[in-house]
Write a protein that binds this ligand. Structure first.
Ligand code: ADP
Ligand code: MG
Length: 331
């Protein structure tokens, strides 16, 4: 099974950011209100994710580390309508097969926390541990046992930047959860849970910078059962921020060509240049009209009626941009 896990790891785990993504998704699935991600050396030496979610009962600790031991699907029906982000039950065993993994957790029903370790595919007996309610996963020395893959890891700064980017995305996707990112013992990003205008703006600034926040147009549109919220900013304010494009469909971060095209077109039409607009958009679509395809590395959607979605996005943004007077004076 160790080998099977290592093979699966090839799909799930490419670099530190893939580990962080899986662990943070697990934390959110567990209902965490606060998620702290700590890295050493860009995550190459250590990735630690601590949450305050429901925790794992001691009797299920070892199970969580076994292949296809997901607690998130109990019937084939569930497969059809997966609400949680993770459901394959292979992230933890895959990660454990290519790193040294320590798992500590305290479930509300247990009087104290317990921890287990996985070394070379062997799971240790649970030992008492000191931890408040929630779960802490530590992943050390990624790819220590597969030197060829370890060699493919990039500079500390590069690996850190990838993690930083994915945390921005989580922070923009879940304003109700606090996220903290630490690197080499220092807090480098902090996104406090936001529930009013002021705290939302502070969070937007933390995720996207002052320039974006100062110049962003806010969007709030509804047509039939489609809705669109969020912010867009003109390309000229964001030359150096071409990667500041975030789309959430029904709360899930996705990449989608149709949506990206509609946004570009709207900018093109109003401003006469559509390159690299910065945006954070939240599209709401009835679940029956969208298929979500969750791949370990990227999430894509397929709309039943792509044209209607394109048209809604284009016309919403077009109106917002034109109304704002942005680009006034252009021929
Ligand atoms: P999946 O998320 O696809 O179910 P994982 O390998 O990521 O598979 O996790 C296996 C199981 O371990 C989960 O189904 C869940 O029961 C448990 N688990 C993992 N991480 C956490 C966490 N942070 N809090 C609570 N339970 C967790
Ligand atoms: Mg998971």
């Amino acid at each position: 099974d160790h080998l099977v896990n290592q093979i699966a790891a090839g799909e799930v785990v490419e670099r530190p950011v893939s580990v962080v993504k899986e662990l943070v998704e697990n934390a959110l699935d567990a209902g965490a209100q606060s998620v702290v991600v700590s890295l050493e050396q860009g995550g190459k030496d250590l990735i630690r994710v601590t949450d305050d979610g429901v925790g794992i009962p001691v009797a299920e600790l070892a199970l969580a580390l076994q292949r296809h031991a997901t607690s998130k699907i109990t019937s084939l029906d569930d497969l059809e309508q997966v609400e949680t982000m993770g459901f394959r039950g292979e992230a933890l065993p895959s990660i454990a097969s290519v790193a040294r993994l320590d798992l500590a957790s305290r479930h509300a029903d247990d009087p104290h926390a317990w921890s287990v370790r996985v070394r070379q595919g062997t799971i240790s007996e649970p030992e008492p541990h000191a931890l408040q309610q929630g779960t802490r996963v530590e992943v050390a020395d990624l790819f220590y046992n597969t030197p060829a893959r370890r060699k493919f890891l990039r500079a500390e700064r590069t690996e850190f930047n990838h993690v930083d980017g994915v945390l921005r995305r989580f922070a923009l996707g879940r304003f109700d959860v606090t996220f903290v990112l630490e690197h080499n013992g220092r807090v480098v990003a902090r996104y406090d849970a936001a529930d009013d205008e002021t705290s939302r703006e502070r969070r937007l600034r933390a995720a996207l910078g002052d320039e974006f926040t100062a110049h962003a147009l806010s969007i709030d549109e509804q047509r039939g059962d489609l809705s669109l919220g969020g912010w867009v900013a003109e390309p000229r304010f964001n030359r150096a921020q071409a990667d500041r494009q975030f789309l959430f469909v029904n709360g899930r971060a996705v990449r989608d060509r149709i949506a990206a095209h509609a946004v570009r077109q709207a900018f093109q039409d109003v401003l006469f240049h559509g390159r690299h607009p910065a945006f954070v958009l939240y599209l709401g679509v009835p679940p029956s009209l969208v298929d979500v395809n969750v791949h370990p590395q990227k999430t894509e959607v397929r709309f039943r009626d792509g044209r209607a979605v394109h048209d809604f996005l284009f016309s919403s943004l077009h109106r917002a941009l034109a109304d704002s007077g942005t680009g006034a004076g252009a021929p």
